[in-house]
Design a protein around this ligand. Structure first.
Ligand code: SAM
Length: 241
């Protein structure tokens, strides 16, 4: 199995501990990029454990989390059963037929496209995101920063390239070992898409990048993150026009 398997309960159990950089780097930067989400409609596409979806509801948003993994959605539904303004259902981002056009103020996709196996599906995901976004709505998505991808070992992760890997080759496969909040590690099987491909998919879907964020640790981060010198994530803020 080359790509991370979100049907595997053991893998999900590990992921539940959360990548260390989520609470200390990525989530705070995503919240800052989203700004005031009170009464805003947000789609968390590829919501995984639902932790980020829930954090948005705590800030006053009305959130739907979708994921292609039935196991994740079962977990989310149980964990957040009594939370208002938060709903989850199983869906593939390349076909969001359950959702109407022009519905959401924001779509968030945190570290999802690395798990999407074909370029055709990546393109369809951008098209569906654009369809369900309101006019002037925003897509905010993240990926592994290209610097971290090519440096092999950074503070919180290390990459192993599978045969044939090239930065320029869309669909190249690599493995990524990522530090979790409890100090243990999880290994993802990931797929690489170039920034050039993302910009093409965006413009083909009536969206464009308005800002790139290279998030850094917040003050409350563990002290070893003071040595955080290489960006491990990139956040792309995109407008639908
Ligand atoms: C690395 S996890 C990120 C989970 C979550 N966004 C987070 O911040 O922790 C990638 C997630 O994307 C989901 N995913 C992959 N392909 C998808 C697709 N085509 N449609 C919806 N979800 C997808 C996976 O099931 C997995 O939960």
């Amino acid at each position: 199995m080359d790509v991370s398997n979100y049907k595997d309960s053991e893998f999900l159990e590990k992921y539940k501990k959360a990548p260390l950089l989520h609470p200390f780097v990525v989530f705070p930067a995503l919240h800052k990029a989203l700004g005031d989400v009170k009464n805003k409609k947000v789609l968390d596409l590829g919501c995984g454990s639902g932790d980020f979806s829930h954090s948005l509801v705590e800030r006053g948003a009305n959130v739907i989390g979708v994921d292609v993994s039935e196991k994740w959605i079962d977990i989310c539904k149980k964990e957040y059963a009594n939370v208002k303004n938060l709903g989850f259902f199983v869906a593939d981002g390349s076909n969001l037929k359950q959702l109407a056009d022009d519905t959401f103020d924001f779509v968030v996709m945190n570290m999802v496209l690395l798990n999407v196996p074909t370029l055709d599906k990546v393109k369809k995901i951008f098209q569906e995101v654009s369809r369900v976004l309101k006019k002037s709505g925003q897509l905010i998505f993240t990926d592994l920063h290209p610097l971290a991808l090519m440096i092999e070992k950074t503070l919180c992760e290390s990459q192993t390239y599978l045969p044939g890997f090239s930065y320029f080759k869309d669909g190249s496969k690599f493995k990524s070992k990522v530090k979790l909040t409890d100090g243990s590690e999880i290994e993802f099987g990931d797929i690489h898409w170039t920034l050039e491909t993302y910009t093409r998919c965006l413009s083909d879907s009536k969206m464009c990048i308005i800002r790139i964020i290279e998030p850094q640790p917040i003050n409350e981060a563990p002290s070893f993150l003071k040595d955080y010198k290489i960006p491990e994530h990139i956040i792309l803020v995109c407008n639908k026009h």
